[in-house]
Ligand binder design. Structure first.
Ligand code: PLP
Length: 412
């Protein structure tokens, strides 16, 4: 067991793509005393949190909050809208899309898993290096003249690869096919980092979680709904009890939940929403885009391939770095962890051992990212991996040449 004595000095560098580093302000908010979740004070907090989170999803419709990790919210989205044997069209962008597809099958749904076939010259699966191809979805839906497909499910920011798909394009594809399928989007790691518009993009269910762009610890997750999703849920027959939207949405009207909500995480959420909205969502997105540019400048200088092979869909949340053939990316991660107390994201599923991930989300700034890149660069050299140039220098050049325009700073 980890004792306090065993804890290394200084702050650990948590640069995995979620859970992300939690700002002190949020940690302090969460340390407030736990209160009666049926009392009057809680109802006020509940209403404020529910109204605030709608602004983050950019929706006027209900957002359901579960005391569960993101996986629970995936299940909730399917259980509330689908019936046994329904056909769901999903798209393989990476590990998380694959896990969601596996879950759909386990719930008794039929799935079709669209993907770009084959691999490229790195040997990595093509579909894990590109975003959702909306044209493939449109073609498939056009062939479904009997409207057997009940939902299209895609991942907005594929955390296993660092690819952010164009959700508006998926909406246009569904409309172009004139198909009534629901659009369900996993924005577990995209929300509050990358531009996201639940209502404007016509998303029926958006799934998200607390531990990424919202900068909270893991433990709460979300379903943002559309009126159509709520309507469909009335006749959907997959078993659901804890996840059922109807009772939660009803009780939420007065700021309460039918079960014991995660009180202290809701304090944290209240604080996170306040921070994000004060900063301005567009400034928050710009901040992540800029960090991503700086990190990619480093990776390009090292001469290592970026997992995302399409610049148009580079993720502002994380960057996947492909290690040279024959180099075990997990051994490199371990070396960096042991030597520099720096956690990097592991390669997951089909890219395990072939790449690692650098998170640029949560309580970061230019200097924490510079420290992270220094740790990686030292690790690469210690592992005997030849780099073309100094990534640290490239990122320093980028960050110093491109000052951050935060909403608050711009207004000051
Ligand atoms: N979907 C995406 C895109 C994720 O990044 C994650 C977790 O990292 C999940 C789903 C699963 O969420 P959780 O691990 O919180 O259950």
């Amino acid at each position: 067991m980890l004792t306090l004595d065993a804890h290394p000095s200084g702050r650990h560098f948590l640069q995995i793509p979620g859970p992300s580093p939690v700002p002190d302000r949020i940690l302090r908010a969460m340390s407030m005393p736990t209160i009666d979740h049926r009392g009057p004070e809680f109802g006020m907090i509940g209403l404020q949190v529910l109204a605030g989170i709608q602004k983050i999803f950019r929706t006027r419709h209900p957002v359901v909050i579960y005391p569960a990790s993101g996986t629970g919210a995936w299940e909730a989205a399917l259980a509330n809208t689908m019936s046994p044997g329904d056909l769901v069209l999903m798209y393989e962008t990476g590990h998380f899309a694959s896990l969601w597809q596996k879950m759909a099958t386990r719930l008794g749904l039929r799935t079709e898993f669209l993907a770009l076939p084959g691999s490229d010259d790195t040997g990595l699966p093509l579909s894990w290096r590109h975003g959702v191809q909306a044209n493939l979805i449109e073609e498939r839906l056009k062939r479904d003249t009997g409207h057997e497909i009940k939902a299209v499910c895609v991942v907005h920011n594929e955390t296993s690869t660092g690819v952010t798909s164009d959700i508006a394009a998926v909406r246009r594809a569904i409309d172009a096919a004139g198909h009534p399928a629901l659009l369900m989007v996993d924005s577990i790691s995209g929300l509050a980092c990358a531009d996201y518009r639940h209502d404007e993009w016509g998303v029926d269910v958006t799934i998200s979680g607390s531990q990424k762009g919202l900068m909270l610890p893991p433990g709460i997750s979300f379903n943002a709904l559309s009126p159509k999703a709520l309507e469909v849920s009335r006749n959907a027959t997959l078993p659901k009890a804890f996840w059922a939207w109807d009772e939660i949405v009803e009780m939420n009207k007065s700021g309460y939940w039918p079960y014991t909500p995660n009180t202290n995480l809701l304090y944290g959420l209240h604080e996170a929403v306040e921070m994000l909205l004060t900063n301005g969502l567009d400034a928050v997105f710009a901040r992540h885009l800029r960090w991503a540019e700086g990190v990619r400048a480093a990776v390009n200088a090292w001469g290592l391939p970026i997992q995302c092979a399409d610049q148009r869909v580079y993720s502002p949340v994380l960057t996947g770095v492909v290690t040279p053939a024959g180099v075990d990316a997990d051994a490199l991660r371990k070396l960096i962890y042991d030597r520099f107390d720096l956690s990097l994201g592991t390669g997951l599923g089909r890219v395990k051992g072939r790449m690692f991930r650098i998170g640029h989300l949560g309580d970061c700034n230019d200097l924490t990212l510079m420290a992270t890149l220094s740790g990686v660069e030292m690790g690469l050299k210690l592992a005997g991996i030849r780099v073309t140039d100094s990534g640290v220098q490239a990122a320093m050049n980028y960050f110093s040449a491109h000052p951050q325009q935060s909403g608050l700073k711009a207004a000051a």
